[in-house]
Write a protein that binds this ligand. Structure first.
Ligand code: MRU
Length: 356
């Protein structure tokens, strides 16, 4: 048996006083870490998707702030708290949708405000490491809770990559799948390839193969057919399990473009739709998914493939990276603090009163 992917593959490492990011743009063919030593490079790495996935982005930003504090304090120990605000803003502009990014920046900003004048690095590094460790623990807990919802052994379908690579480790949606698979509740995983970045083909399939979990890739357009026809087999797809980049206070869920279509399909075919996300992904400041900023990325990602232009010359494109699934299509939101079935404002508020 291989080491499990979530133990052996670490998207984010703090080593030798530097931040090292596994370059997810070139996985699975190359495993290369990039070393980052300033806040601008960390922000650029998030924008360029060296690191991606909502929790992983938040953790990376926290380490980026440690690096920024080291530089600012060394350059200007008397005024570093004012100057570091520029770095926090730069990091906040790196990607707009995943709220974990803003959660981590706000938390670090509050810690900075309360710090005494002496060297801030060790305190901030301890907080960044805690954010990292807490995320892994949350994923393991969500794995247990989510697996409990799966009553009969079945196939499941997932989208994008909500695995070890998208988090501190273990994964949100893939954490649930890992946990349920070890309990013999999952017979097969269908993974959407997830155009245009192919997080499903490159990352999710890689994590599943590494953990000896049987996985078949689908082009997104195949999901409806596979869900429908699998119902007549011994291996029906009974759950769609995804992660999230931001959950509004009413339970609307932003996730990788294509997720909304899957939720509609799930309801149409009478199968269940589960969202696994830590409470750091819940944004109580917004009342519905309409308020979630949806990142629109370069059209080059759609008009080309693997660096080559493929579309007809003159064609335009749109490239929204996320969509919003209305709460009424979500059967369960699984967090580390508990499961919310058929989410709504009241239930999400009740869950969040337990969050310290
Ligand atoms: O554009 P990405 O790769 O950052 O998008 C990632 C997703 O949409 C994930 O499903 C989401 O962040 C949940 S990850 C635990």
């Amino acid at each position: 048996m291989n080491d499990k992917a979530y133990d052996s593959i670490k998207p984010i490492i703090w080593q030798d006083n530097s931040l090292q990011l596994l370059d997810q743009r070139i996985l699975p063919s190359e495993h290369t870490y990039i070393t980052l030593n300033d806040a601008n490079s960390v922000a650029q790495a998030i924008t360029d998707m060296v690191v991606r996935g909502a929790p992983a982005i938040g953790i990376t930003a926290a380490y980026g702030i440690v690096i920024a504090a080291r530089q600012r304090f060394s350059d200007n120990p008397d005024n570093w708290k004012q100057e570091i605000e520029h770095d926090l803003q730069t990091l906040a502009q790196s990607r707009p949708t995943a709220v974990n990014l803003f959660w981590a920046i706000d938390l670090m900003r509050e810690v900075i405000k309360g710090l005494a004048v002496d060297d801030p690095v060790s305190t901030l590094l301890a907080i960044a490491k805690q954010i990292h460790d807490d995320d892994i623990a949350a994923n393991v807990k969500m794995g247990q809770l989510g697996a409990q919802l799966i009553e009969h052994k079945c196939a499941v379908l997932t989208h994008c990559n909500a695995g070890a690579l998208a988090t501190g480790g273990y994964g949100t949606a893939l954490g649930v799948i890992r946990s349920a698979f070890t309990q013999d509740k999952i017979s097969h995983v269908y993974a959407d390839e997830t155009r245009p970045w192919l997080q499903g083909a490159r990352l999710t399939a890689w994590e599943m193969v590494h953990d000896d979990i049987p996985v078949s890739l689908l082009v997104e357009g195949a999901a409806a057919h596979m869900i429908k026809t699998s119902q007549m087999t011994d291996n029906p797809i009974r759950w769609i399990i995804v992660g999230s980049d931001r959950i509004a206070s009413n339970g609307d869920v932003a996730n990788k473009i294509g997720t909304y279509a899957l939720a509609v399909l799930a309801r149409h075919h009478g199968i269940k739709f589960m969202v696994a996300a830590p409470t750091t992904t819940i944004d109580m400041n917004i009342i519905s998914g309409d308020d979630i900023p949806i990142e629109e990325r370069s059209t080059k990602e759609v008009l080309g493939f693997s660096g080559h232009e493929v579309a007809a010359q003159g064609a335009q494109a749109r490239n929204p990276a996320f969509d919003v699934t209305p709460a009424e299509l979500v059967d369960a939101i699984v967090t580390e603090k508990g499961v919310v079935l058929n989410p709504n404002l009241e239930k999400i508020k009740a869950l969040m009163t337990n969050v310290g």
